[in-house]
Design a protein around this ligand. Structure first.
Ligand SMILES: [Zn+2]
Length: 147
């Protein structure tokens, strides 16, 4: 039996396909866009929940706001990271100003906050901007940690 993986597209469609297809630049069955654009996906409170409930890949969420200097500075780095991780990790961005429900659900006290999630659960959290090598190290360490 082939192992299936679920992924939510930028358009909101839940796609399901075999794991082997992950490496073949999978496209969304509805909007025909690539499921991995190499860029973080901006999501609303509602869409965030959909990703958390249906993502076969771990998720890294950047909680930010347009008025927050450190958040704006961190944005290009997060985008660069999205290009680096490819199809290993889903990178999402939540504007906490526009999506206060998500900020409340996640109990966001300061921004930027990074939340790393796997199988619907937060496994690590970090506040404040971080340099790319540190971000990479933090993600790898937490995803490979034994529980
Ligand atoms: Zn789509």
């Amino acid at each position: 039996m082939q192992q299936k993986i679920k992924l939510v597209c930028d358009c909101g469609t839940i796609n399901q396909f075999s794991v082997e297809r992950l490496d073949g630049n999978p496209m969304c069955g509805i909007c025909s866009q690539p499921l991995f654009s190499g860029k973080p996906i901006s999501v609303t409170s509602e869409r965030l929940i959909k990703h958390i409930e249906h993502s076969g890949l771990p998720i890294l969420i950047d909680f930010w706001a347009p008025w927050c200097g450190p958040c704006v500075n961190f944005a290009p780095l997060f985008e660069q990271f999205a290009g680096l991780v490819g199809n290993q990790l889903r990178l999402l961005k939540v504007d906490t100003e526009a999506n206060q429900q998500a900020a409340a659900d996640f109990n966001i006290r300061s921004i930027p906050t990074l939340s790393l999630m796997r199988e619907g659960k937060e496994i690590a959290r970090q506040t404040g901007g971080v340099a790319l090598p540190q971000l990479q190290k933090w993600v790898v360490e937490n995803l490979t940690k034994k529980y």
